[in-house]
Design a protein around this ligand. Structure first.
Ligand SMILES: [Zn+2]
Length: 112
């Protein structure tokens, strides 16, 4: 279950909200003043994380929610980590494939 951080644009207070599914995140009201004028805060945790630290923390044995893959930087992470664990080094070629997956290009190629 994702927990998002919000800031109310009206009263400037910050609060976090737990969602059963990500669609609910479109209907958030400020818990203090009930204003609907809120913005979602990017968690500093995910913004400042480098790919190396993402890979280090990534646990391939745990299931990922759909929210995880909404962050395009997380696409390909599983494959990279898994290959690394297996001792397979595909070098720049893997980065290229992952990059194409992240930008959506890989799907265009498949549809040709
Ligand atoms: Zn408010």
């Amino acid at each position: 279950m994702p927990i998002y951080e919000f800031q109310c644009k009206k009263c400037k207070k910050e609060f976090s909200q737990l969602f059963l599914n990500w669609k609910e995140a479109d209907h958030v009201t400020c818990v203090f003043c009930k204003s609907r004028d809120v913005k979602r805060l990017m968690s500093s945790f995910s913004v400042h994380q480098t790919e190396e630290s993402r890979l280090a923390e990534f646990d391939t044995s745990k299931p990922r929610g759909e929210d995880f893959y909404k962050d395009s930087r997380n696409i390909g992470l599983w494959a990279k980590k898994r290959l690394r664990e297996l001792g397979v080094d595909l070098g720049p070629k893997l980065d290229e494939i992952v990059e194409r997956g992240r930008t959506g290009k890989i799907l265009e190629d498949y549809n040709k």
